[in-house]
Design a protein around this ligand. Sequence first.
Ligand SMILES: Nc1ncnc2c1ncn2[C@@H]1O[C@H](COP(=O)(O)OP(=O)(O)O)[C@@H](O)[C@H]1O
Ligand SMILES: [Mg+2]
Length: 299
Amino acid sequence: MEDAEVSPVPIVEFDIVNYVYPAHATVPQTATSADAIPAQQAALDAISFTVEPGEFLAVIGANGSGKSTLAKHINALLKPQSGRVLTVGLDTSEPELAFEIRSHAGMVFQNPDNQMVTSIVADDVAFGPENLAVPHDEIASRVDDALDAVKMTDFALRNPAHLSGGQKQRICIAGVLAMRPDVLILDEPGAMLDARGRRGIRRIVRELNKGGMTVILITHFMEEAMLAGRVLVISEGRNMLEGAPIEVFAHKELLRACRLDVPFSLLLAEELCARGIKVPELVSPKELREVLLCLHSKA
Ligand SMILES: Nc1ncnc2c1ncn2[C@@H]1O[C@H](COP(=O)(O)OP(=O)(O)O)[C@@H](O)[C@H]1O
Ligand SMILES: [Mg+2]
């Protein structure tokens, strides 16, 4: 008799998750006890989604839509007030699991300067595994592998303070990879970088995912979301849309209502199609440039 197929545990599972920040965080200092405390708007409002091993999910939403709050729930920095978050099957509401959960879910934030702790790149990358009490010999090979994955091997002995923003962010990614997480969560990693820095991060994230790493990329750059296998759109802490990039970006009006844009390359591709010019459905800016150059040379 054949063994029943065992389905893998989802890497991340949000089940009707609600979170409201404590009211005192925003009550003005002039408020007296007689003043009514304004009802706080939910930062996460019944949000549900699942991420399977090996997936690349992009989470998009306008400023204040709850993206960072969502990310902080994945590694138990915040706990749901109702509903449930499971990270690699571990319930984030269990205080004794927080350390283990953080070793599985590696987080990269917007500002690389806030994530650097030492004055030598290799030491910085070693910091995470050292905290996990990884044996000393193994740390060296983990650091080498992680620097190689972000194409920063030649910078191992440099001072991170002297690197560009994009290079610093790659070191932060290496620091997380050296902990050998099951999922890499990047919260707007390109927000403080120039276009070149962002391109470098995009390339590395895509390669990591092709190599099997599960990726959750939070971004407000729509072109970045097109790289993902699946896109989750959130607005006011709620699920709005979910699907393959091509499906999600077809909902132009809904995206605009969520204060989001449709990627420029898709709008242009649509115009070209309407004029009878063949363009791939989910065209990347690079492919679009080829199409346009080809048209130009025929003109
Ligand atoms: N520490 C905090 N205290 C009180 N409110 C917060 C805090 N952090 C975020 N918020 C509020 O929660 C909502 C979601 O914020 P956030 O998750 O940071 O959104 P995003 O990352 O999409 O910009 C916003 O209304 C924001 O003002
Ligand atoms: Mg944010």
